[in-house]
Design a binder for this molecule. Structure first.
Ligand code: NAD
Ligand code: UGA
Length: 316
């Protein structure tokens, strides 16, 4: 008999893929999401469509900031594992609405940690971010000294990690903080580059490039990220910080070229000012996750983009 898992942010990009995988693996999954309108909630409705057909899935529409609701769910469903993905996730947008990020990403995490303390769980997984490394030197290692985060979002995710560590020290909650690196694939959020560029190039619209196009990211395919989350549910960890990346940095202009070649259409580039909050480069050293979880990303960027485009064409 598999455990009962609460997944917050279950209607989002990563959350919806994770729930489907957990259901395949035989878990009882309780999804919590408030379908907020940071992007079109209809997209989130579609994301949960397939999980909802599964008898072991229960979707609860509600807010992670509602501590009474979270208490009820923990009790009622005898939650054993909590995967906390719900957050406001945009880096650049966090400069416009920082207080919203503090509420959702910091306060929301404390509410989850308190639920873990009160009801006891065998594992708490926190969705952290490559952005905690700020302008640090690549490749990013978990042992790096973190100097300064470049955006309110990044600072909120770093605060989340610190809170996880404190709750672990106080209450021995087994905890894994996963630092995801720019995740992509079917259902990617519409505010992220691969989705924006595919839409613009398909429609013959201008592609806005921040800076000179040299900023690079360690783009990581969704199935590999889900592999990393599932492995950290299974691992016998007390407290760990782990990079979940692809360990292959690609600059924005190269990314556009790959999308152009897959779509067989030329992009019309428009160079825009560098955005505050963006970092020039991310690149994960993934040896710690490889050793502890057996994590080994499998999907190459070209193949992952092809899969994203197939999904995009079906939906548009
Ligand atoms: P997403 O926006 O698609 O999913 C987040 C979900 O959380 C959304 O469905 C949203 O409705 C829900 N949510 C937000 N506030 C809520 C609240 N108060 N109560 C209940 N639900 C709420 O984002 P995503 O890209 O799937 O990211 C998932 C997690 O992974 C986030 O914590 C994000 O910071 C982290 N992360 C994502 C990436 C990436 O590249 N996508 C990289 C690093 C970290
Ligand atoms: C992504 C996610 O959006 C965050 O949720 C996540 O926390 C973060 O990864 C992470 O790794 O932790 P980001 O790397 O900014 O953030 O991802 P994209 O929005 O896809 O941007 C990728 C690159 O494209 C950046 O260099 C950005 O400057 C550039 N970009 C983006 C453009 O040039 N033009 C655009 O219109 C959008």
């Amino acid at each position: 008999m598999k455990s009962n898992i609460l997944v917050t942010g279950s209607a989002g990009f990563i959350g919806s893929h994770l729930c489907e995988r957990l259901l395949q693996l035989g878990y009882n999954v309780i999804g919590l999401d408030n379908f907020r309108d940071n992007y079109d909630p209809l997209i989130k409705r579609e994301n949960v469509h397939s999980a909802l057909e599964h008898p072991s899935y229960k979707l609860v529409e509600g807010n992670i900031l509602d501590a009474d609701l979270v208490d009820r769910l923990m009790k009622q469903h005898n939650i054993d594992i909590l995967v906390h993905l719900a957050a406001l996730a945009g880096v650049r947008n966090s400069i416009l609405t920082p207080l919203d990020y503090v509420d959702t990403d910091i306060k929301g995490t404390v509410i989850m940690l308190e639920a873990c303390r009160k009801y006891g769980v065998s594992k708490f997984i926190f969705a952290s971010s490559s952005s905690v490394y700020g302008n640090g030197t690549v490749p990013f290692r978990e042992s790096n000294n973190l100097i300064c985060q470049a955006s309110p979002y990044a600072a909120a995710k770093y605060s989340g990690e610190l809170l996880c560590k404190t709750w672990h020290q106080l209450y021995s909650i087994p905890t894994v903080c996963l630092r995801f690196f720019t995740v992509y694939g079917p259902r990617q959020r519409p505010d992220m580059a691969i989705h924006i560029f595919t839409k613009a190039i398909s429609r013959g619209l201008e592609v806005g490039i921040y800076g000179d196009g040299s900023s690079s990211r360690d783009y990581t395919y969704i199935d590999d990220v889900v592999d990393g989350i599932v492995a950290s549910i299974d691992c016998k960890c007390a407290f760990e910080l782990l990079n979940i990346g692809n360990s292959n940095a690609v600059d924005v202009l190269t990314l556009v070229r790959i999308i152009e070649s897959k779509l067989q259409r030329q992009a019309h580039l428009r160079f825009l000012p560098q955005q505050p909050g963006d970092v020039p480069k991310t690149l994960a050293n993934i040896s710690k996750a490889a050793n502890l979880l057996g994590y080994s990303p499998k999907v190459k960027l070209e193949d992952g983009i092809e899969r994203f485009i197939s999904w995009y064409r079906l939906k548009n």
